[in-house]
Design a binder for this molecule. Structure first.
Ligand code: F6R
Length: 601
């Protein structure tokens, strides 16, 4: 995941930029760069690989006295990891750094090329600086040029731009990717992707909202949303790194829930082109003889696998079975070389999953890992890996790892279905994939509604989370989240299966969380929920459609694709578990008896 820092002031710019990028190192990167604007002159350095290379390259450079600087670590998405693709990207008199994905960059690039603009990189980000300069050449002020540039961009972005045209200003914009502004009493201003680079430098910070943009000078921050000025609300920045790492959230789990929109953008980056899904990591694997997929995983990763099985059969038209790794190991499974063996693991170290992978390797099967940790045991062993790019997950109860696993598996199902999925269907799937980051944006009023509702669900004799199709694994995952951090009993069940036994438990103290998507088997699910309601079960319905029999109702937005409803409901179940656990006074990030990485069988 890319990282961004910026600085305005009298101090040594290089020092803050490099130490800030060091703090963001954990996000992962393959190149880095800085640009410093001082006395009307811009100096820029870019290097491939580790930050030490940039430190080395800038050894002789110093930048004391008033000036501006921007710095960036890049995780290759559009275009290979090369120095030319590293940020900052330059135009004739301006430099830009960008984190995110510009969805309409091709169109903008083509138009600019027609006007004679020469591009130096393969990135989507470079269009920003050329668009800006085009508007300047049309005689717009730097402020209007920046505003017009942002208006043309579709997608996710945190942007910092410096220009000789306005040598005392850093321009910024934020949408679906984090960006923080900071300041101190020494008339220094800072920008960063997260709190931790700012500790020890800034004393107060503003967490920008999606859609906000503006410019910063030594003694002024101008902030706008929808062309209207916004008064920035500063919060004191603590000096505690752990607190900083939580970015102002109460718990890592809560931060990770809110991060899902941006990490899913990272998962998608560079993997979608006009032709469809591109997975460079798989280009040397021949899938032509594969007629079956076997998924093995544990816990939340197993639920991601169950979701994927629907996608592989429905989209790729390949048979798919999913097994819990600890069961698979001892069942003397029949392994077949035409079966792709797919393991899913956040940590890459789960003992049962690793051992299952070893069995598949021994049977000479093609193996593929979906994993969040590069260089983990599972990644090293599998023939190929798709990294989920969720960043470090600290909360023991997995949230963003699950979201990125499902996204990666969805991408894989489209990749495997390249030859079978009709072009129109592929386009609508890709549209829905690209829409996911905005679905994952947490609305304040939704969180507040769930927080208020949570007080009614602290007792009772159990929870059933129910759903059909892909909403069944989501129900399993919702129940697991609740169990893990609230210590209340919860089960996930297919809605249509309740009458085959579990409905015997129904009474007013049985809480049913009903996942009722509009785009998938709504009427069928509704009948199942009505059966429970008729037996006096307490129903918390999650649906875009009003449901009269619900005791409590969380209204979701109208979506046109089931996966969009899936992700919106996923967030609601995560927040529900979180708020119930908070009310019960539990340790949300480190629930009792659980470990983040399960390296014993
Ligand atoms: C639940 C959770 C666990 C893990 C399981 C597998 O929130 O985190 O159920 O999903 O222990 O771990 P990984 O994915 O690291 O193999």
């Amino acid at each position: 995941m890319c990282g961004i820092v910026g600085y305005i002031g009298e101090g040594e710019k290089k020092e803050f930029l490099l130490s800030g990028l060091k703090e963001l190192e954990y996000r992962g990167y393959d190149s880095a760069g800085i640009a410093v604007l001082k006395d009307g002159h811009i100096t820029s350095y870019r290097t491939l690989g580790k930050l030490e290379n940039l430190v080395h390259k800038t050894e002789a450079f110093s930048s004391d006295g008033f000036g501006l600087g921007i710095g960036h670590t890049r995780w290759a998405t559009h275009g290979k990891p090369t120095e030319a693709n590293a940020h900052p990207h330059r135009g004739e008199f301006s430099y830009v750094i960008h984190n995110g994905i510009i969805e309409n960059y091709k169109e903008i690039k083509e138009n600019l090329q027609k006007e004679g603009v020469k591009f130096l990189s393969q990135t989507d980000s470079e269009v920003i600086v050329h668009l800006f300069e085009k508007f300047i050449k049309e005689e717009l002020s730097a402020q209007d040029a920046f505003k017009s540039t942002i208006e043309m961009l579709q997608g996710a972005y945190a942007i910092l731009l410096v220009t000789k045209d306005e040598p005392e200003t850093i321009f910024f914009a934020k949408n679906a990717v984090p960006l923080i502004l900071g300041q101190n009493a020494k008339e220094e201003k800072f920008m960063s992707s997260s709190d931790s680079p700012l500790i020890g430098y800034a004393t107060e910070v503003v967490y920008l909202e999606d859609g906000e943009y503006g410019w910063v000078k030594k003694d002024e921050i101008s902030l706008f949303m929808n062309e209207k000025p916004v008064i920035p609300t500063f919060a004191t920045l603590g000096r505690d790194k752990i607190y900083a790492q939580k970015d102002g959230f109460r718990f890592f789990m809560e931060k990770e829930i809110y991060e899902q929109s941006s990490v899913v953008s990272e998962t998608l980056m560079g993997r979608i082109s006009d032709e469809g899904v591109e997975l460079d990591e798989l280009k040397d694997i021949d899938f032509s003889d594969i007629d079956n997929i076997k998924i093995c995983a544990c816990g939340t990763s197993y639920h991601a696998g169950l979701t994927a099985a629907y996608l592989f059969e429905r989209l790729s038209k390949i048979r798919c079975q999913v097994e819990i790794a600890s069961e698979f190991r001892y069942k003397e499974p029949l392994l077949d070389k035409k079966t792709l063996f797919l393991v899913i693991s956040q940590s890459g170290e789960t003992a049962d999953t690793l051992e299952a992978l070893k069995m598949a390797k021994k049977a000479n099967m093609k193996t593929l890992a979906i994993c969040n940790v590069d260089n983990s045991s599972i990644v090293r062993l599998a023939d190929a890996t798709l990294l989920t790019r969720a960043g470090i997950e600290k909360g023991v109860a997995s949230t963003k790892a699950f979201a990125t696993q499902v996204i990666t598996l969805w991408l894989l199902s489209l990749y495997m279905g390249k030859k079978t999925i009709p072009a129109k269907k592929m386009q609508s799937e890709i549209k829905a994939l690209l829409h996911t980051p905005s679905v994952l944006h947490v609305e304040d009023n939704t969180h507040e509604k769930i927080r208020r509702l949570s007080k009614r669900y602290l007792h009772g004799h159990g929870f059933f989370f129910i759903g059909r199709d892909i909403f069944f694994p989501l129900a399993l995952e919702g129940a697991l989240k609740l169990k893990e951090i609230s210590y209340l009993h919860a089960e996930g069940y297919p809605s249509g299966e309740m009458k085959h036994g579990p409905i015997a438990l129904a009474d007013s103290e049985l809480f049913t969380v009903a996942l009722m998507p509009q785009t998938m088997l709504y009427e069928k699910t509704k009948s199942n929920v009505e059966e429970l309601s008729a037996r006096d079960a307490t129903i918390l319905a999650i649906s875009p459609k009003e449901f009269d029999l619900a005791d409590d109702f969380i209204k979701t937005t109208e979506q046109s694709h089931p996966m969009s409803e899936f992700f919106e409901m996923m967030i609601i179940t995560q927040i529900l578990a979180l708020e119930i656990a908070v009310r019960l006074g539990n340790d949300v990030d480190m629930p009792r008896n659980l470990a983040k990485s399960v390296t014993v069988e």
